[in-house]
Design a protein around this ligand. Structure first.
Ligand code: SF4
Ligand code: SF4
Length: 444
């Protein structure tokens, strides 16, 4: 625990004295919270990242991945998970304090409640405390209720197409799966931000427990250091802590989410005495605070040991693999296969027919056309049931059976190897498929 109790009164700043960096981390954190809120809201609407459960599609970086492309989806999810784990190993619980939606909305909810309490106190100055509390509660629940509808809508938009979801919301649908999911998410969000808030972080959140396992001696943390016993025991650092702990009890407390509210509080209090704050971000307990040491940029960015460079290399490797996999995928997937229920069919004039099946999946957002042609099969022609090229609407799969016709004098008796070539428009990709054409055996 900290040093001695002091009876110093807090002086005002002298005009010649530069004020301390008041609320630096709070302002920094709030601007990141705003950025995160905008990202959270806009990601599903622009298909940057969304898992459409009814349509079984995964949207990532504007690409529409089908559930049949499970390898890329799995690779993408593993990449995101790895980034979170790597960030935790280097930057500790920065995710909790700066990026986690639960934390962002919990703090916003506490801020709204505090704001309403202050406003109602001023506005209803002649009313008794009970009335003021009642008005505050009603307005607070109203505000949180509306915010919950909005947040639940955004959250469910990650799993159901937003326009479809909006229609269900406007028609107050409580019957279909999407409607029930929306209503349940609204209720859970309301209960969470009205009552649970940061208690979630200190009780049930699994990431908090995981973090303890991932941290090492170089991981970023918030620590209290007071070798000269300058602490005046004002306890402001404790009062501002959103999880209600005393950072002076140690830097590795499970409840600490590294938000740096206590850093700002101490800078604010001791700054008025012309002293530096006693709480800092630091790269492990053994190092000096991040603000003081003059170090190269990569040291200040957290790349201080082999582990962090290795993590960065793995992320870059993973990212380049993912980029290659995404760039190589074909928006229109053409699959061709022979139908061998009967090996061949004979026509009225001795022509030989083999039957095939084309399955074409259009995974793009525009109508696609596929032209099939035959290579290396003498005198053969395609017999399609409809007009060529085959057209496929966006997001649809078309299956079409067709035949290849050859004349008796054309291919050799028995098995003939040839190729189908498919050309897709408008993306212009060309695919080649090795196939076999079966002719009747030669009669002796
Ligand atoms: S805010 Fe600073 S001075 Fe006040 S109790 Fe906390 S560590 Fe001590
Ligand atoms: S101890 Fe400080 S950094 Fe940790 S949660 Fe409390 S205020 Fe945030």
């Amino acid at each position: 625990m900290a040093g001695t109790v002091a009876s110093k009164t807090l002086p005002l700043y002298k005009p010649s004295q530069a004020p301390p960096k008041a609320h630096f981390w709070r302002r920094f954190r709030k601007s990141i919270h705003l950025g995160c809120l905008l990202i959270f809201v806009f990601l599903p609407f622009f298909d940057v990242m969304r898992f459409d459960i009814p349509r079984q599609r995964f949207y990532f970086a504007g690409q529409e991945l089908w559930i049949s492309e499970f390898a890329i989806i799995f690779f993408t999810l593993m990449f995101l998970l790895f980034v979170i784990v790597a960030a935790s190993m280097i930057y500790g619980r920065i995710y909790c304090g700066y990026l986690c939606p639960q934390m962002i909305f919990s703090e916003a909810s506490m801020g709204v409640e505090k704001y309403l309490r202050t406003r109602i106190k001023k506005r209803f100055i002649h009313c008794n405390q009970k009335t003021r509390d009642l008005v505050t509660r009603v307005l607070f629940y109203l505000a949180i209720g509306l915010a919950s509808v909005f947040l639940a809508f955004v959250f469910i938009s990650y799993f159901v197409e937003p326009r479809d979801l909006l229609q269900r919301l406007l028609s107050l649908d409580l019957v279909t799966a999407g409607g029930i999911a929306g209503a349940s998410a609204t209720l859970i969000t309301f209960l969470d931000f009205a009552f649970l808030r940061t208690r979630f972080c200190t009780t049930v959140c699994p990431y908090g427990y995981l973090q303890g396992l991932l941290a090492d001696k170089e991981t970023l943390l918030v620590e209290y250091r007071d070798p000269e016993q300058n602490c005046i025991e004002c306890k402001k650092c404790v009062r501002v802590c959103p999880t209600g702990i005393d950072i002076r009890d140690g830097a590795h407390q499970f409840e600490c989410i590294h938000c740096a509210e206590c850093v700002d509080a101490c800078v604010d209090v001791l700054g008025r005495l012309g002293e530096e704050g006693l709480i800092h971000y630091a790269w492990g307990e053994a190092t000096a605070s991040v603000e003081r040491k003059k170090e190269s940029w990569y040291y200040r960015m957290g790349f201080r040991d082999k582990k962090s460079w290795l993590l960065l290399l793995v992320i870059l490797f993973y990212l380049s693999g993912l980029s290659v996999a995404l760039s190589m995928r074909h928006p229109v997937l053409v699959r061709l296969s022979p139908e061998r229920d009967t090996l061949y069919r004979l026509g009225d004039e001795g022509e030989v027919y083999n039957r095939f099946r084309a399955t074409i999946s259009n995974r793009s957002s525009e109508k696609a056309f596929v032209v099939l042609s035959i290579r290396d099969l003498r005198g053969a022609r395609l017999v399609l049931p409809s007009e060529a090229p085959i057209s496929v609407e966006p997001g649809k799969t078309v299956e079409q059976a067709f035949e290849v016709e050859a004349h008796p004098g054309g291919p050799s008796p028995g098995v003939n190897h040839f190729r189908f070539v498919s050309q897709t428009m408008p993306d212009g990709t060309t695919d080649s498929f090795d196939m076999t054409f079966i002719m009747p055996p030669k009669e002796n």
